[in-house]
Design a binder for this molecule. Structure first.
Ligand code: TGC
Ligand code: FAD
Length: 392
Protein backbone atom coordinates (compact mmCIF):
# COMPACT_ATOMS: atom_id res chain seq x y z
CA UNK A 1 0.00 0.00 0.00
CA UNK A 2 1.75 3.20 -1.14
CA UNK A 3 1.25 6.44 0.77
CA UNK A 4 0.58 8.28 -2.48
CA UNK A 5 -2.90 6.71 -2.37
CA UNK A 6 -3.43 9.20 0.44
CA UNK A 7 -7.01 10.34 0.98
CA UNK A 8 -7.08 13.41 3.18
CA UNK A 9 -9.62 13.06 6.02
CA UNK A 10 -12.02 16.01 6.34
CA UNK A 11 -14.90 14.78 8.47
CA UNK A 12 -16.25 18.22 9.41
CA UNK A 13 -15.77 19.86 6.00
CA UNK A 14 -12.96 22.05 7.32
CA UNK A 15 -12.01 22.55 3.68
CA UNK A 16 -15.05 24.84 3.39
CA UNK A 17 -13.23 27.21 5.74
CA UNK A 18 -10.29 27.49 3.36
CA UNK A 19 -9.99 29.88 0.43
CA UNK A 20 -9.33 28.68 -3.12
CA UNK A 21 -5.78 29.99 -2.75
CA UNK A 22 -5.28 27.92 0.42
CA UNK A 23 -6.47 24.79 -1.38
CA UNK A 24 -4.23 25.48 -4.33
CA UNK A 25 -1.18 25.94 -2.11
CA UNK A 26 -2.01 22.76 -0.24
CA UNK A 27 -2.54 20.67 -3.35
CA UNK A 28 0.70 21.83 -4.93
CA UNK A 29 2.73 20.98 -1.82
CA UNK A 30 0.87 17.66 -1.49
CA UNK A 31 1.69 16.78 -5.07
CA UNK A 32 5.36 17.69 -4.49
CA UNK A 33 5.51 15.55 -1.34
CA UNK A 34 3.98 12.59 -3.19
CA UNK A 35 6.43 12.93 -6.04
CA UNK A 36 9.66 13.95 -4.31
CA UNK A 37 9.45 12.88 -0.65
CA UNK A 38 7.42 9.69 -0.36
CA UNK A 39 9.63 7.65 -2.74
CA UNK A 40 12.88 8.45 -0.90
CA UNK A 41 12.06 9.13 2.73
CA UNK A 42 12.17 5.59 4.09
CA UNK A 43 15.69 5.07 2.73
CA UNK A 44 16.83 8.48 4.02
CA UNK A 45 15.69 7.45 7.50
CA UNK A 46 17.45 4.11 7.25
CA UNK A 47 20.66 5.90 6.24
CA UNK A 48 20.16 8.58 8.90
CA UNK A 49 20.54 11.22 6.18
CA UNK A 50 18.83 14.52 5.55
CA UNK A 51 17.70 14.70 1.91
CA UNK A 52 19.72 17.86 1.16
CA UNK A 53 18.95 17.61 -2.55
CA UNK A 54 15.40 18.74 -1.71
CA UNK A 55 16.41 22.02 -0.07
CA UNK A 56 16.35 24.16 -3.21
CA UNK A 57 13.02 22.59 -4.20
CA UNK A 58 11.60 23.47 -0.79
CA UNK A 59 12.54 27.04 -1.65
CA UNK A 60 10.87 26.74 -5.05
CA UNK A 61 7.59 25.44 -3.61
CA UNK A 62 7.52 28.36 -1.16
CA UNK A 63 8.13 26.39 2.04
CA UNK A 64 10.74 28.83 3.34
CA UNK A 65 9.29 32.00 4.81
CA UNK A 66 5.77 31.74 3.37
CA UNK A 67 4.55 34.60 5.56
CA UNK A 68 7.65 36.80 5.11
CA UNK A 69 6.86 39.75 2.79
CA UNK A 70 7.64 39.31 -0.90
CA UNK A 71 9.98 42.29 -0.71
CA UNK A 72 12.43 40.04 1.15
CA UNK A 73 11.85 36.98 -0.99
CA UNK A 74 9.11 35.43 1.16
CA UNK A 75 5.69 34.30 -0.04
CA UNK A 76 3.69 37.17 1.46
CA UNK A 77 1.06 34.61 2.47
CA UNK A 78 -1.14 34.35 5.55
CA UNK A 79 -0.62 32.06 8.53
CA UNK A 80 -3.16 29.48 7.41
CA UNK A 81 -1.15 29.03 4.22
CA UNK A 82 1.96 28.55 6.34
CA UNK A 83 0.11 25.97 8.45
CA UNK A 84 -1.14 24.07 5.42
CA UNK A 85 2.38 23.91 3.97
CA UNK A 86 3.70 22.54 7.29
CA UNK A 87 0.88 19.98 7.36
CA UNK A 88 1.66 18.65 3.92
CA UNK A 89 5.40 18.51 4.60
CA UNK A 90 4.92 16.62 7.85
CA UNK A 91 2.66 14.11 6.12
CA UNK A 92 5.83 13.32 4.19
CA UNK A 93 8.09 13.35 7.22
CA UNK A 94 8.60 15.53 10.31
CA UNK A 95 12.19 16.09 9.15
CA UNK A 96 10.99 18.09 6.15
CA UNK A 97 8.64 20.14 8.31
CA UNK A 98 11.45 20.67 10.84
CA UNK A 99 13.76 22.01 8.14
CA UNK A 100 11.04 24.38 6.94
CA UNK A 101 9.99 25.39 10.49
CA UNK A 102 13.53 26.26 11.49
CA UNK A 103 14.27 28.13 8.28
CA UNK A 104 10.97 30.07 8.32
CA UNK A 105 10.15 30.70 11.96
CA UNK A 106 13.46 30.45 13.76
CA UNK A 107 15.81 32.01 11.22
CA UNK A 108 13.90 34.17 8.72
CA UNK A 109 11.36 35.43 11.25
CA UNK A 110 13.93 36.84 13.74
CA UNK A 111 15.95 38.43 10.93
CA UNK A 112 12.76 39.99 9.58
CA UNK A 113 11.41 41.02 13.00
CA UNK A 114 14.55 42.06 14.87
CA UNK A 115 17.19 42.62 12.17
CA UNK A 116 18.55 45.66 10.38
CA UNK A 117 17.55 46.42 6.79
CA UNK A 118 21.05 45.32 5.70
CA UNK A 119 20.65 41.97 7.49
CA UNK A 120 17.23 41.45 5.89
CA UNK A 121 18.50 42.14 2.39
CA UNK A 122 21.67 40.11 2.89
CA UNK A 123 20.06 36.93 4.20
CA UNK A 124 16.31 36.69 3.64
CA UNK A 125 16.12 36.27 -0.16
CA UNK A 126 18.85 33.58 -0.14
CA UNK A 127 17.16 31.76 2.75
CA UNK A 128 13.80 31.92 0.95
CA UNK A 129 15.30 30.38 -2.18
CA UNK A 130 17.00 27.61 -0.21
CA UNK A 131 20.41 28.82 -1.35
CA UNK A 132 21.30 29.33 2.28
CA UNK A 133 20.31 27.15 5.25
CA UNK A 134 19.84 28.46 8.76
CA UNK A 135 19.80 27.06 12.30
CA UNK A 136 18.64 28.38 15.66
CA UNK A 137 20.75 27.98 18.78
CA UNK A 138 18.89 28.38 22.04
CA UNK A 139 19.13 25.06 23.93
CA UNK A 140 22.35 24.26 25.82
CA UNK A 141 23.60 21.08 27.47
CA UNK A 142 22.49 22.33 30.91
CA UNK A 143 19.57 24.54 29.85
CA UNK A 144 16.72 22.99 27.85
CA UNK A 145 13.30 23.89 29.23
CA UNK A 146 14.91 26.73 31.16
CA UNK A 147 16.79 28.61 28.43
CA UNK A 148 17.00 31.77 30.52
CA UNK A 149 19.88 30.15 32.44
CA UNK A 150 22.05 29.91 29.31
CA UNK A 151 25.81 30.25 29.73
CA UNK A 152 26.77 31.15 26.15
CA UNK A 153 28.05 34.72 26.29
CA UNK A 154 29.76 37.43 24.32
CA UNK A 155 31.94 40.43 25.08
CA UNK A 156 31.84 43.71 23.19
CA UNK A 157 35.30 44.29 21.69
CA UNK A 158 34.46 47.50 19.86
CA UNK A 159 34.33 46.46 16.21
CA UNK A 160 33.32 42.86 16.98
CA UNK A 161 31.85 40.59 19.64
CA UNK A 162 33.76 37.67 21.10
CA UNK A 163 31.41 34.67 21.46
CA UNK A 164 31.99 31.67 23.72
CA UNK A 165 29.79 28.74 24.69
CA UNK A 166 27.95 25.73 23.31
CA UNK A 167 24.47 24.86 22.09
CA UNK A 168 23.03 21.37 21.84
CA UNK A 169 20.27 19.55 19.95
CA UNK A 170 20.30 21.99 17.07
CA UNK A 171 18.37 21.17 13.90
CA UNK A 172 20.37 21.80 10.68
CA UNK A 173 23.51 22.40 12.78
CA UNK A 174 26.06 20.83 10.46
CA UNK A 175 24.70 22.09 7.15
CA UNK A 176 23.73 25.60 8.24
CA UNK A 177 25.30 28.56 6.48
CA UNK A 178 24.13 30.87 9.26
CA UNK A 179 23.05 30.33 12.85
CA UNK A 180 20.90 32.59 14.99
CA UNK A 181 22.65 32.32 18.34
CA UNK A 182 21.09 33.55 21.55
CA UNK A 183 23.74 34.56 24.08
CA UNK A 184 24.23 36.85 27.07
CA UNK A 185 26.16 40.11 27.01
CA UNK A 186 28.43 41.33 29.82
CA UNK A 187 25.32 42.45 31.75
CA UNK A 188 23.60 39.08 31.44
CA UNK A 189 21.11 40.38 28.86
CA UNK A 190 20.10 37.90 26.15
CA UNK A 191 20.81 39.11 22.59
CA UNK A 192 20.63 37.47 19.17
CA UNK A 193 23.68 37.23 16.88
CA UNK A 194 24.08 35.91 13.36
CA UNK A 195 27.05 33.54 13.20
CA UNK A 196 28.23 32.45 9.77
CA UNK A 197 29.72 29.12 8.76
CA UNK A 198 33.49 29.40 8.50
CA UNK A 199 33.93 31.96 11.26
CA UNK A 200 37.10 31.01 13.08
CA UNK A 201 36.42 29.05 16.29
CA UNK A 202 32.90 27.92 15.25
CA UNK A 203 32.35 24.16 14.88
CA UNK A 204 29.18 22.06 14.58
CA UNK A 205 29.61 18.35 15.34
CA UNK A 206 26.68 16.13 14.38
CA UNK A 207 24.61 14.22 16.94
CA UNK A 208 24.41 10.67 15.62
CA UNK A 209 22.58 7.52 16.63
CA UNK A 210 19.11 9.04 16.90
CA UNK A 211 16.08 6.77 16.69
CA UNK A 212 13.82 9.72 15.91
CA UNK A 213 13.92 12.33 13.15
CA UNK A 214 16.54 10.28 11.40
CA UNK A 215 16.11 12.25 8.18
CA UNK A 216 16.86 15.50 10.01
CA UNK A 217 20.30 16.77 10.94
CA UNK A 218 20.81 17.47 14.63
CA UNK A 219 24.05 18.71 16.13
CA UNK A 220 25.95 20.88 18.54
CA UNK A 221 27.24 24.39 18.03
CA UNK A 222 30.54 25.16 19.69
CA UNK A 223 31.87 28.74 19.92
CA UNK A 224 35.47 29.11 20.97
CA UNK A 225 36.41 32.80 20.88
CA UNK A 226 34.40 33.39 17.71
CA UNK A 227 34.76 36.95 16.41
CA UNK A 228 31.29 38.05 15.32
CA UNK A 229 31.23 41.34 13.36
CA UNK A 230 29.36 44.10 15.14
CA UNK A 231 26.85 44.37 12.28
CA UNK A 232 25.71 40.78 12.99
CA UNK A 233 23.83 41.56 16.20
CA UNK A 234 20.06 42.11 16.21
CA UNK A 235 19.55 45.72 17.28
CA UNK A 236 15.85 45.53 17.99
CA UNK A 237 15.45 42.87 20.70
CA UNK A 238 16.80 42.09 24.15
CA UNK A 239 15.78 39.43 26.65
CA UNK A 240 14.34 35.92 26.53
CA UNK A 241 11.20 37.13 24.82
CA UNK A 242 13.22 37.43 21.55
CA UNK A 243 13.82 33.72 21.06
CA UNK A 244 10.44 32.86 22.55
CA UNK A 245 8.64 35.05 20.04
CA UNK A 246 10.31 32.94 17.35
CA UNK A 247 9.10 29.83 19.14
CA UNK A 248 5.51 31.10 19.03
CA UNK A 249 5.70 31.01 15.26
CA UNK A 250 7.40 27.61 15.07
CA UNK A 251 5.05 26.06 17.63
CA UNK A 252 2.12 27.32 15.57
CA UNK A 253 3.57 25.57 12.52
CA UNK A 254 3.98 22.35 14.50
CA UNK A 255 0.34 22.47 15.63
CA UNK A 256 -0.56 22.27 11.93
CA UNK A 257 2.29 20.04 10.85
CA UNK A 258 1.58 17.09 13.10
CA UNK A 259 -1.96 16.87 11.72
CA UNK A 260 -0.29 15.77 8.50
CA UNK A 261 1.51 12.91 10.26
CA UNK A 262 -1.71 11.96 12.10
CA UNK A 263 -3.76 11.96 8.89
CA UNK A 264 -1.19 9.82 7.10
CA UNK A 265 -1.30 7.24 9.92
CA UNK A 266 -5.11 7.26 10.10
CA UNK A 267 -5.53 6.99 6.35
CA UNK A 268 -3.05 4.12 6.16
CA UNK A 269 -4.71 2.28 9.05
CA UNK A 270 -8.22 2.79 7.64
CA UNK A 271 -7.28 1.39 4.24
CA UNK A 272 -5.34 -1.51 5.76
CA UNK A 273 -8.22 -2.42 8.07
CA UNK A 274 -10.60 -2.65 5.11
CA UNK A 275 -8.24 -4.94 3.19
CA UNK A 276 -6.87 -7.14 5.95
CA UNK A 277 -9.10 -10.09 6.82
CA UNK A 278 -9.03 -12.18 9.99
CA UNK A 279 -11.74 -14.60 11.12
CA UNK A 280 -13.18 -14.31 7.59
CA UNK A 281 -13.91 -10.61 7.65
CA UNK A 282 -12.07 -7.31 7.32
CA UNK A 283 -10.60 -6.25 10.64
CA UNK A 284 -12.41 -2.92 10.07
CA UNK A 285 -15.56 -4.87 10.95
CA UNK A 286 -14.49 -5.53 14.53
CA UNK A 287 -15.72 -3.12 17.17
CA UNK A 288 -12.30 -2.69 18.73
CA UNK A 289 -10.79 -1.59 15.40
CA UNK A 290 -13.69 0.78 14.84
CA UNK A 291 -13.18 2.26 18.30
CA UNK A 292 -9.59 3.10 17.40
CA UNK A 293 -10.50 4.52 14.00
CA UNK A 294 -13.50 6.49 15.29
CA UNK A 295 -11.43 8.03 18.06
CA UNK A 296 -8.68 8.90 15.59
CA UNK A 297 -10.97 10.75 13.21
CA UNK A 298 -12.59 12.55 16.15
CA UNK A 299 -9.21 13.77 17.41
CA UNK A 300 -8.02 14.70 13.91
CA UNK A 301 -11.17 16.75 13.41
CA UNK A 302 -10.72 18.57 16.72
CA UNK A 303 -7.06 19.23 15.90
CA UNK A 304 -7.97 20.57 12.44
CA UNK A 305 -10.49 22.98 13.92
CA UNK A 306 -8.08 24.10 16.64
CA UNK A 307 -5.34 24.78 14.07
CA UNK A 308 -7.69 26.59 11.72
CA UNK A 309 -9.07 28.81 14.49
CA UNK A 310 -5.55 29.56 15.71
CA UNK A 311 -4.68 30.57 12.14
CA UNK A 312 -7.55 33.02 11.99
CA UNK A 313 -6.56 34.45 15.38
CA UNK A 314 -3.01 34.90 14.11
CA UNK A 315 -4.37 36.58 10.99
CA UNK A 316 -5.99 39.17 13.29
CA UNK A 317 -2.81 39.24 15.42
CA UNK A 318 -4.86 38.01 18.39
CA UNK A 319 -3.41 34.52 19.05
CA UNK A 320 -1.88 34.43 22.52
CA UNK A 321 1.28 32.42 23.30
CA UNK A 322 -0.80 30.29 25.68
CA UNK A 323 -3.27 29.46 22.90
CA UNK A 324 -0.35 28.43 20.70
CA UNK A 325 1.00 26.25 23.52
CA UNK A 326 -2.36 24.53 23.91
CA UNK A 327 -2.59 23.79 20.20
CA UNK A 328 1.01 22.53 19.96
CA UNK A 329 0.57 20.32 23.01
CA UNK A 330 -2.81 18.89 22.04
CA UNK A 331 -2.06 18.27 18.40
CA UNK A 332 1.28 16.57 19.01
CA UNK A 333 -0.25 14.38 21.69
CA UNK A 334 -3.12 13.23 19.51
CA UNK A 335 -0.79 12.67 16.56
CA UNK A 336 1.44 10.44 18.66
CA UNK A 337 -1.53 8.47 20.02
CA UNK A 338 -2.93 8.08 16.51
CA UNK A 339 0.45 6.81 15.29
CA UNK A 340 0.55 4.26 18.12
CA UNK A 341 -3.04 3.09 17.56
CA UNK A 342 -2.55 2.94 13.79
CA UNK A 343 0.51 0.78 14.26
CA UNK A 344 -1.55 -1.64 16.32
CA UNK A 345 -4.17 -1.87 13.59
CA UNK A 346 -1.48 -2.99 11.16
CA UNK A 347 -0.27 -5.71 13.52
CA UNK A 348 3.21 -6.91 12.62
CA UNK A 349 3.12 -5.04 9.31
CA UNK A 350 2.98 -1.84 11.34
CA UNK A 351 6.59 -2.14 12.40
CA UNK A 352 7.91 -2.31 8.84
CA UNK A 353 9.14 0.46 6.60
CA UNK A 354 6.57 -0.64 4.00
CA UNK A 355 4.20 1.70 5.82
CA UNK A 356 4.94 5.19 7.17
CA UNK A 357 3.48 4.72 10.63
CA UNK A 358 6.47 3.59 12.69
CA UNK A 359 8.57 6.37 11.15
CA UNK A 360 5.96 8.99 12.04
CA UNK A 361 5.69 7.55 15.55
CA UNK A 362 9.42 7.75 16.14
CA UNK A 363 9.58 11.28 14.72
CA UNK A 364 6.74 12.47 16.94
CA UNK A 365 8.73 11.40 20.01
CA UNK A 366 11.03 14.35 19.22
CA UNK A 367 8.23 16.69 18.28
CA UNK A 368 6.60 16.16 21.67
CA UNK A 369 9.89 17.28 23.28
CA UNK A 370 11.22 20.10 21.11
CA UNK A 371 9.80 23.60 20.92
CA UNK A 372 8.80 23.16 24.56
CA UNK A 373 8.03 19.77 26.07
CA UNK A 374 4.52 18.41 26.53
CA UNK A 375 4.65 19.23 30.25
CA UNK A 376 6.10 22.73 29.77
CA UNK A 377 3.13 23.58 27.53
CA UNK A 378 0.76 22.23 30.16
CA UNK A 379 2.41 24.52 32.71
CA UNK A 380 2.04 27.47 30.33
CA UNK A 381 -1.71 26.75 30.15
CA UNK A 382 -1.84 26.28 33.92
CA UNK A 383 -0.09 29.60 34.44
CA UNK A 384 -2.39 31.35 31.99
CA UNK A 385 -5.65 30.16 33.54
CA UNK A 386 -4.66 30.45 37.21
CA UNK A 387 -2.09 33.23 37.22
CA UNK A 388 0.10 30.94 39.33
CA UNK A 389 3.58 30.07 37.99
CA UNK A 390 4.31 26.39 38.62
CA UNK A 391 7.63 26.33 36.72
CA UNK A 392 9.80 27.41 39.58
P1 TGC B 1 9.45 34.07 31.74
O1 TGC B 1 9.94 34.85 32.90
O2 TGC B 1 8.10 33.46 31.76
O3 TGC B 1 9.55 34.97 30.40
C1 TGC B 1 10.74 35.65 30.06
C2 TGC B 1 10.35 36.74 29.08
O4 TGC B 1 9.80 36.15 27.90
C3 TGC B 1 8.45 36.59 27.71
N1 TGC B 1 7.71 35.44 27.20
C4 TGC B 1 7.18 35.41 25.98
N2 TGC B 1 7.13 36.35 25.02
C5 TGC B 1 6.50 36.03 23.86
N3 TGC B 1 5.95 34.81 23.68
C6 TGC B 1 5.99 33.85 24.63
N4 TGC B 1 5.48 32.64 24.39
C7 TGC B 1 6.62 34.14 25.85
N5 TGC B 1 6.86 33.43 26.99
C8 TGC B 1 7.53 34.25 27.80
C9 TGC B 1 7.98 37.02 29.08
O5 TGC B 1 6.92 37.95 28.98
C10 TGC B 1 9.24 37.66 29.61
O6 TGC B 1 9.40 38.91 28.98
P2 TGC B 1 9.99 40.16 29.80
O7 TGC B 1 9.94 41.31 28.85
O8 TGC B 1 9.11 40.31 31.01
O9 TGC B 1 11.40 39.77 30.20
O10 TGC B 1 10.54 32.98 31.41
P3 TGC B 1 11.04 31.73 32.26
O11 TGC B 1 12.48 31.90 32.51
O12 TGC B 1 10.11 31.48 33.42
O13 TGC B 1 10.91 30.54 31.21
C11 TGC B 1 9.71 30.10 30.75
C12 TGC B 1 9.81 29.64 29.29
C13 TGC B 1 8.87 30.49 28.50
C14 TGC B 1 11.22 29.82 28.72
C15 TGC B 1 9.44 28.20 29.23
O14 TGC B 1 8.08 28.20 29.50
C16 TGC B 1 9.61 27.59 27.88
O15 TGC B 1 8.89 27.86 26.92
N6 TGC B 1 10.55 26.62 27.81
C17 TGC B 1 10.70 25.83 26.62
C18 TGC B 1 11.95 26.18 25.88
C19 TGC B 1 11.79 25.84 24.44
O16 TGC B 1 10.70 25.76 23.90
N7 TGC B 1 12.89 25.67 23.76
C20 TGC B 1 12.84 25.43 22.35
C21 TGC B 1 14.21 25.52 21.73
S1 TGC B 1 14.16 25.64 19.97
C22 TGC B 1 13.63 24.16 19.41
O17 TGC B 1 13.27 23.30 20.11
C23 TGC B 1 13.63 24.04 17.95
S2 TGC B 1 13.13 22.51 17.37
C24 TGC B 1 13.13 22.91 15.75
C25 TGC B 1 12.60 21.91 14.81
O18 TGC B 1 13.39 21.06 14.37
O19 TGC B 1 11.42 22.03 14.42
P1 FAD C 1 14.78 19.13 30.04
O1 FAD C 1 14.50 20.58 30.07
O2 FAD C 1 15.96 18.62 30.81
O3 FAD C 1 13.48 18.37 30.54
C1 FAD C 1 13.49 16.99 30.92
C2 FAD C 1 12.12 16.66 31.51
O4 FAD C 1 11.88 17.49 32.65
C3 FAD C 1 10.99 16.94 30.53
O5 FAD C 1 10.02 15.95 30.65
C4 FAD C 1 10.43 18.28 31.00
O6 FAD C 1 9.04 18.44 30.68
C5 FAD C 1 10.64 18.17 32.50
N1 FAD C 1 10.71 19.49 33.13
C6 FAD C 1 11.63 20.47 32.93
N2 FAD C 1 11.33 21.54 33.68
C7 FAD C 1 10.18 21.26 34.33
C8 FAD C 1 9.33 21.99 35.22
N3 FAD C 1 9.60 23.25 35.58
N4 FAD C 1 8.26 21.37 35.72
C9 FAD C 1 7.95 20.10 35.34
N5 FAD C 1 8.69 19.36 34.48
C10 FAD C 1 9.79 19.95 33.98
N6 FAD C 1 16.82 23.43 20.50
C11 FAD C 1 17.24 24.55 19.85
O7 FAD C 1 17.58 25.56 20.48
N7 FAD C 1 17.30 24.59 18.49
C12 FAD C 1 16.95 23.52 17.73
O8 FAD C 1 16.99 23.61 16.49
C13 FAD C 1 16.52 22.34 18.38
N8 FAD C 1 16.22 21.23 17.65
C14 FAD C 1 15.96 20.06 18.29
C15 FAD C 1 15.83 18.89 17.53
C16 FAD C 1 15.60 17.67 18.18
C17 FAD C 1 15.51 16.41 17.36
C18 FAD C 1 15.44 17.64 19.58
C19 FAD C 1 15.13 16.34 20.27
C20 FAD C 1 15.57 18.78 20.32
C21 FAD C 1 15.84 20.01 19.69
N9 FAD C 1 16.05 21.18 20.42
C22 FAD C 1 16.46 22.34 19.79
C23 FAD C 1 16.06 21.14 21.88
C24 FAD C 1 14.68 21.11 22.52
O9 FAD C 1 14.06 22.36 22.43
C25 FAD C 1 14.85 20.67 23.97
O10 FAD C 1 15.16 19.30 23.93
C26 FAD C 1 13.61 20.91 24.80
O11 FAD C 1 13.39 22.30 24.97
C27 FAD C 1 13.69 20.23 26.18
O12 FAD C 1 14.92 20.45 26.79
P2 FAD C 1 15.76 19.18 27.37
O13 FAD C 1 15.83 18.16 26.33
O14 FAD C 1 17.02 19.74 27.92
O15 FAD C 1 14.87 18.61 28.53
Amino acid sequence: MATSQYNHPDYFCVDDLLSDEHKLIRSSVREWVNRRVIPIIDEACHKHEFPSHLVKELGEIGAFGPYIPKKYGGGGLDHISYGLIMQELERGDSALRSAASVQSSLVMYPIYKFGTEEQKLKYLPALARGEMIGAFGLTEPDYGSDPGGMKTKFEDKGDHYLLNGAKMWITNATNADIVIVWAKDENGLIRGLIVEKGMHGFTAPETLNKWSLRASITGELVFDNVKVPEENIFPNITGLKGPIMCLNSARYGIAWGVIGAACDCYDTALRYSLERKQFNKPIAGFQLTQKKLAEMITEITKAQLLAWRLGTLRYDDKATPAQISMAKRNNVEIALKIARDSRQILGAMGITGDFPIMRHMMNLESVITYEGTHDIHLLITGHDITGENAFK
